[in-house]
Ligand binder design. Structure first.
Ligand code: NDP
Length: 283
């Protein structure tokens, strides 16, 4: 029988996950089906329960249900515990396992696809919301020289620094005026077409500026490029976090490069992502 998987979100129509997992399944010869399910805002747990009752084997979870998925799982991976959120569920006889593959997806995109080793590097992470929290531990595991979290509301960055320890520093945007090797935008500013008020001095010719949002240029990427940095959007992270979930469910690792290339060429064409409320969302 064909195994069933799904992504739950609200809204969900723009999700790229069904395309990505269908490509992975074709590539690896897995007998599986993957669909997008619009869960009612007050009915996430019921939707998941109905899916499991119908034979669902696993699921991805996107906005706004990642915290609810965290509470729903009866076993959590260490990386889900650190992230405080779940984007991947696996259903088995013991119940529901919750995992978080976003940080691994970001690190894979940076280190493998963009050839940017993080060990010994100075990293500036912009934002202190759910997306930032989810990537801190996997970034620290790469043993950077320094990880600084800058946020509009400084107290939220300080909370994250205290939560993770391991030398993480917190500051405001205007306190960041030295250069970094990697600057990651995990704020929601790009969604609104805004630029976090950054000093151009954070960028040098050797800096990689990475916006977690995908689907084209953002004010952050424009600004970074103008000040000499090389830039990348978050499409690779989207595909890599999906590959990590696929590996968890199926035990095989798909080749992400052709899927990223296909999405860049065709998958994002014809969509007015700039006008879409889902522009830049990961799953
Ligand atoms: P949250 O709402 O949890 O956090 C938003 C963050 O952005 C906060 O740090 C907030 O600062 C900051 N922010 C919002 N607007 C501005 C602005 N105009 N200028 C500067 N800072 C701003 O959102 P998420 O963390 O879930 O999402 C953030 C980004 O990550 C989005 O662009 C989204 O595309 C992407 N994303 C990534 C996901 C992933 O799985 N990797 C999942 C979902 C989104 P403050 O604390 O001061 O309010």
């Amino acid at each position: 029988m064909t195994d069933r998987y799904a992504v739950f979100g609200h809204p969900i129509a723009h999700s790229k996950s069904p395309q990505i997992h269908a490509a992975f399944a074709r590539q690896t010869g897995q007998d599986m089906r993957y669909e997008a399910i619009l869960a009612p805002l007050d009915g996430f747990a019921d939707s998941v329960a109905a899916f499991v009752a119908a034979g669902g084997c696993g699921a991805n979870v996107t906005v706004p249900f990642k915290q609810e998925a965290f509470r729903l799982a009866n076993r959590l991976s260490p990386r889900a515990q650190h992230a405080g959120a779940v984007n991947t569920l696996a259903f088995d006889a013991g119940g529901t396992v919750g995992d978080n593959t976003d940080g691994a997806g970001l690190v894979a995109d940076l280190t493998r696809n963009l050839n940017c080793a993080l060990t010994g590097k100075r990293i500036l992470l912009l934002g202190a919301g759910g997306a930032a929290r989810g990537v801190i531990e996997p970034l620290l595991d790469q043993q950077p020289m320094e990880l600084v979290v800058a946020n509009r509301t400084v107290s939220r960055a300080q909370e994250l620094a205290a939560l993770f320890g391991r030398g993480v520093r917190a500051c405001s945007f205007d306190a960041t005026d030295t250069s970094f090797d990697v600057v990651i935008n995990a704020t929601a500013a790009s969604l609104a077409g805004d630029l976090p008020p950054l000093s151009p001095r954070v960028f040098t010719a050797g800096t990689l500026a990475y916006d977690m949002m995908y689907g084209g240029d953002t004010p952050f990427l424009d600004f970074a490029r103008t000040h000499g940095a090389r830039t990348a959007d978050g499409l690779g992270m989207l595909v890599e976090q999906a590959a990590e979930a696929f590996h968890l469910w199926r035990g095989v690792r798909p080749d992400t490069a052709p899927v990223i290339a296909a999405l860049r060429q065709d998958g994002l064409k014809g969509e007015n992502l700039a006008a879409s409320p889902l522009r830049g969302q990961r799953t």
